[in-house]
Write a protein that binds this ligand. Sequence first.
Ligand code: DGL
Length: 265
Amino acid sequence: MSDDRPLLFFDSGVGGLSVLAPTKLLLPNAPIVYAADNGGFPYGTKTEAEIAARVPALLGRLVERYHPRLIVIACNTASTIALGAVRAALDLPVVGTVPAIKPAALQSKTRAIGVLGTNATVRQPYVDDLSAKFASDSLVLRHGSARLVELAEAKLRGEATDPADYAAVMAGLLDQPGGDRLDTVVLACTHFPLVEEELAAASPRPLAFIHGGDGIARRIAYLTEGQEWPDARAPAIAVFTAPFDISPGLAAGLRARGLEEIRFL
Ligand code: DGL
């Protein structure tokens, strides 16, 4: 018997597409609802209290509307602040996205890694804990950037972005004391893998960029193992939390990433 309950992806904007893409490779017929909280965007400059109040309530509304089988919080900021509250509030499996510090520390040869996230993410105790647990023998430098989130959104809309902006972000990380030792950079915001090529091109030397997308996709496949899926792929739905005029560029960018239908919550 086919089960058409969707996977619900949630982010403040288009960043969660970097988690959706590897998931679709593993589960091609999974019905998808991709929710972007444009009404609350950006998250990275908000307070912990604002995010903790907003995310569980919105997810509750989305669950009532779409009856997903599983929720993916495809946002590091929301996950590092509100994952526990969401799990406590909803009786559904919830997969979070947290900075990939463990794999980065495992692969760094110089024992020095960078964590590039939003301002809210890089100051979280969650990041302190991951660093203490998995990278205690390494230097862990952090840099928060709201600009890089905007650049990723602009790129998805098909707009040109300035290489100097990416260079400035990389300098924020690499120019810190010890930054010359970094060999691995964690993209700890789901928007950032969307501009990984630009970051690599703007880096003064080759660096390994690492993010959690593939691991999260495997986790989703594991948690839904044995479940039924529709026989064919249904159009994936993008849901925005606040009404606005969707530009042709954004519609094309979403379509190119497999989100064919656009709705508002
Ligand atoms: N994509 C989000 C993250 O992973 C947050 C971007 C933002 O809204 O600031 O942290």
